[in-house]
Design a protein around this ligand. Sequence first.
Ligand code: PLP
Length: 360
Amino acid sequence: MHADIGDLVRPTVRELPPVGPFSPRPEGRGLVNLRFNENTFSRAYGRYPDHGLRALALRYRETLDILEPPAPGPSSAPGDPLLTRGAVDALELVLRTFFEPGADALAVTPPNFGFFDRLAALHGVRRYAVPLRGCRHDELDVDTLLALPIKGVLLCDPGNPTSTHLAPDTLRELLERFPGLVVLDETYAELAPRPSHRHLVARHPRLVVLRSMSKGLGLANLRLGAVFADPVALAALRAAQSPFPVPGPVVDAALAELTDVPALRRRVDAFVAERTRLAKALADSPLVRRVHADAGFVTIEVTAPPRAAQALAAAGLDAVVEPDGWPGHLRLSVATPPENDRITAALAAAAGSPRPCPVH
Ligand SMILES: Cc1ncc(COP(=O)(O)O)c(C=O)c1O
């Protein structure tokens, strides 16, 4: 028997009284606002921002609908998302809403985004690790996940640090068979070679899709993210969210940025083209065993990790060595074309240099 999404919400959250009447402001109904305790003598920033964020949520959904039309096959348009301060805030909100500290457990699929582990620890949620399978580290071990006493699974697609997207058949199988919550962090979705899963939330009410405006859309400094989910899940998340989650100047800047869809598309396309160029160049390096580049960075498996790491550092390039504790791998942001040329040159030089003599 699959649980209803409402039954997966923490009892603590279900029993909360409704959040105060933040929105709409009483002024909109011709009343004097004696509720918000603002300083009416302030000029620019004296008023609390819009609590509901409806205009921005609608604009974001419409923008994504143009940038990323749904894949062929059964799906239905998701409603407007809940906006958050980046995907990390969305992740934290999901933990706070669904996982009872000291009681509930979740699974992660290493090599996974290290923040998942930190969050589970910070929230007192037991964590099981079920490694990804396959050469691309993209296959879920569905049978093992199904056998665990867990309330949910935290996944990342495309993955960090793997930079591969999840094998669609294993994800589909998990969505069909797993009775708990499937949280899919799609922070890098605009940059992935496969469509987002946000169109599946209507068919799979226990699926929660998290998005970020930081990466493909290039708006990291605005700190904006979003949750696409079943309306019952969204209502529970809203109840657990702190009031006025996004500052007004950020809303204004984001509304302006999201209006220019052609500019956003050019930004995404430019990034993907440069990532592809870097990945191809890295694949030719003798030090590099494998290259994965489905996300907003390139991950390489190298034959001599200390030598590769040293060569990059000596060239003034600060890559992540063994990202999230993944041995033998390096994670490289996609930098400017000249900087990316320095990456490939440094690794080529290191491959050509003689191995250091053994110390006797
Ligand atoms: C998998 C993943 N999720 C979330 C984030 C954070 O996203 P945001 O900037 O929207 O908080 C990152 C940032 O690197 C990430 O790699």
